[in-house]
Design a protein around this ligand. Structure first.
Ligand SMILES: [Zn+2]
Length: 638
């Protein structure tokens, strides 16, 4: 018998299956101008969710929570999904719901107290429990008896999910109608706290930009530190911290080796002392930002000739440091990676695909089975967040905003984006495979510039996840959008893996690996690298490989022409003595053969009938490759 049932049966026979969601999701995980706000916002939502669960498991034990599986760690508790399912005794139902609501209100009061402590003396008391809570709780419950928990679990789950989806409501926000009051720059909905604003802004110059207007809720998110809410500190406050991560790591590793680098890091430390930020200082790694105007805007630094000179000196030592390391300045572009399990609703309501090809029998979808799914998701969530955050070579070196198991939001430097996306997907699939479940996921990746609004990147990443799922049969795909600062936008979508019939020793090829190898070849040292002109020349020739069939109104690719031109241009653009000609991707398979065969496959309309315009999609792939060669400070083959 199930542990949960064992534990609750003394309450009698009547229970409720309860499904709860805590909001507002949109506001807390996508409305942000800084990665820091996003991180804090997302963690607050998880912690709020946790506080509403607490009355349930304090009284009935952790077993009473069916989904998600709760792992007791700082990181996991602050990355909980905002939806959960539980079983509670029917007789205690109203009492429990009211405890949960009180828990949510208390959480908000605690957060207000926390931020109140930080305010300058003349503003103390502002957050004294008078700001209306942004959090709310929606729930649906269906009655269930022990017998049903034991043997008719699946129909009950389907029923509750059905009700839950019907009841989903979008919340309207209360906001003051006055039109002369300035609205918050971040959420655009609430007015700003005039009474305290100038005083708070003065005290937190380094955190609130000049001219930035924040409402009391967005301000609370901005002022709270990870420490204040007991979540793990993050290494990144801004997108500059993310994009510079790999260059910064190289500088740190070599600062005692070369005096040019030491000089630069000493200067950066001096700037850090002035701006009161010695650690999350990605901006110091860019020539364009090392000037007084930038620091004045971001940190409210008063004008002073010494500081101006320090900026100048740092700028000079910066180029010397990069030169001595043999790298260029890091890119001003970074990646947003959003990943989402495919058909999760079906999975969690019992339509489980097995690796054997069968579908799980209804009777086998028991309470225990669902708990197992919850555990798989919890493990995936923690493994993925480790992968994203890990500073080790070959790992993400990025910021994990949330990783709830079936969904992921992360920020990554360009240098690690492709391999990390691949690994995150593998991690998801393999965790399910261990339990003989066939489960896939799809991703949206957006590459964007520091100055491109974060909100737009997040919207686009979400759209790309949907696009990947919609465009490809059986989903299991990704879409990458490159948003150039000049305004042009390039999108490339594909299945994660392809099977090329010509490479017989290979089961399948990961498409992002093809891109990684291709880019890395072009980032090799000058005497052996593949010149990026290869891509330009090849793109010029590309249209001539296609022929239009009027009768069928389809395009046909001439494989022969494609292939011979590929190798001809390769010979022209890569030195004949380069060792890259012989590099093996796997024993017995040359990387160049892998590239050639994958390219032909990806460019062929007959093999890509799910792609709207195969040629254009392939051209976009080449464009993205060229961009990465231009922007990455090195290849990514770990
Ligand atoms: Zn706001």
């Amino acid at each position: 018998m199930n542990e949960l049932i064992e534990k609750i049966k003394h309450y009698g026979d009547e229970f409720c299956l309860l499904r709860v969601s805590i909001g507002p999701v949109q506001e807390f995980i996508s409305e942000a101008r800084k990665t820091r706000d996003l991180y804090i916002g997302s963690r607050l939502l998880s912690l709020a969710t946790f506080r509403t669960m607490k009355p349930i498991f304090d009284t009935y034990g952790l077993e009473a929570i069916i989904y998600p599986h709760i792992k007791y760690s700082k990181e996991r508790l602050s990355s909980l999904p905002n939806i959960y399912m539980a079983v509670i005794p029917k007789s205690e139902f109203h009492e429990t719901i009211s405890q949960m609501e009180i828990g949510l209100q208390n959480f908000w009061n605690d957060m207000q107290k926390e931020v109140n402590r930080k305010l300058p003396p003349d503003c103390k008391g502002y957050y004294n429990q008078k700001i209306k809570s942004p959090f709310y709780m929606n729930w649906v419950a269906v009655p269930i008896v022990i017998e049903e928990l034991n043997s008719e679990y699946k129909p009950k789950v389907k029923e509750i999910i059905h009700f839950f989806n019907e009841r989903k409501v979008t919340r309207t926000f209360d906001s003051w109608e006055g039109s002369y009051i300035q609205k918050c720059n971040q959420c655009g909905r609430r007015e700003y706290p005039q009474e305290i604003y100038s005083s708070v802004q003065e005290k937190f110059k380094a955190r609130i930009r000049e001219n930035e207007i924040l409402c009391s809720i967005c301000l609370l998110k901005r002022l709270l530190n990870p420490d204040d809410i007991d979540v793990s500190p993050q290494k990144f406050d801004s997108v500059m911290d993310v994009s510079a991560a790999i260059a910064k790591k190289l500088i740190e590793q070599n600062k005692n080796e070369k005096h040019e680098i030491k000089e630069f890091t000493d200067n950066v430390k001096r700037i850090g002392n002035v701006i009161d930020n010695t650690y999350k200082n990605g901006e110091c790694y860019y020539e364009d930002y090392l000037n007084y105007d930038f620091f004045k805007k971001e940190y409210g630094i008063p004008d002073n000739p010494d500081f101006r000179k320090l900026c100048e000196d740092t700028k000079k030592s910066l180029s010397a440091a990069y030169e001595s390391l043999g790298i260029k300045e890091p890119s001003k572009y970074y990646s947003i990676l959003m990943m989402d399990g495919d058909n999760m609703g079906k999975l969690m309501s019992g339509e489980v695909k097995l690796t054997s090809g069968d579908i799980l029998k209804d009777a086998d979808f028991t309470l225990n089975y669902q708990k197992k799914l919850s555990e798989i998701l919890a493990d995936t969530g923690s493994n993925t967040s480790e992968l994203i955050k890990s500073q080790e070579e070959g790992n993400g070196n990025g910021l994990c905003v949330y990783s709830g198991g079936d969904d992921l939001l992360a920020f990554l430097p360009l240098e690690t984006s492709l391999s990390t996306a691949n690994k995150a997907r593998s991690c998801f699939i393999s965790e399910f495979r261990k339990s003989n479940i066939k489960q896939t996921s799809s991703a949206g990746i957006v590459i964007l510039h520091h100055k491109d609004p974060l909100r737009r990147g997040l919207e686009e990443a979400r759209k790309n996840v949907e696009e990947a799922k919609k465009s490809f049969k059986d989903k299991d795909a990704f879409c990458i959008t490159l948003r150039l600062f000049s305004g042009s936008v390039v999108t490339w979508g594909y299945k994660w893996e392809i099977r090329t019939p010509t490479l017989q020793n290979l089961d399948s090829v990961k498409v992002l690996d093809v891109l990684r190898y291709f880019v890395s070849f072009m980032l090799e040292s000058p005497e052996k690298k593949l010149s990026p002109s290869f891509v330009r020349d090849f793109m010029e020739e590309l249209p001539s490989f296609y022929e239009y069939n009027e009768r069928k109104s389809t395009w046909k690719l001439s494989e022969e022409m494609f292939k011979s031109e590929f190798w001809r241009l390769l010979k022209r653009h890569m030195p004949s003595e380069s060792n890259l000609w012989k590099v093996e991707f796997k024993k017995g398979i040359l990387t160049l053969d892998l590239l050639a065969e994958s390219f032909i496959y990806m460019a062929d309309p007959e093999k890509n009938n799910q792609v709207k315009n195969t040629k254009e999609n392939f051209e976009n792939f080449l464009q993205i490759a060229l961009f990465l060669v231009r922007e990455q400070i090195g290849g990514d083959l770990k």
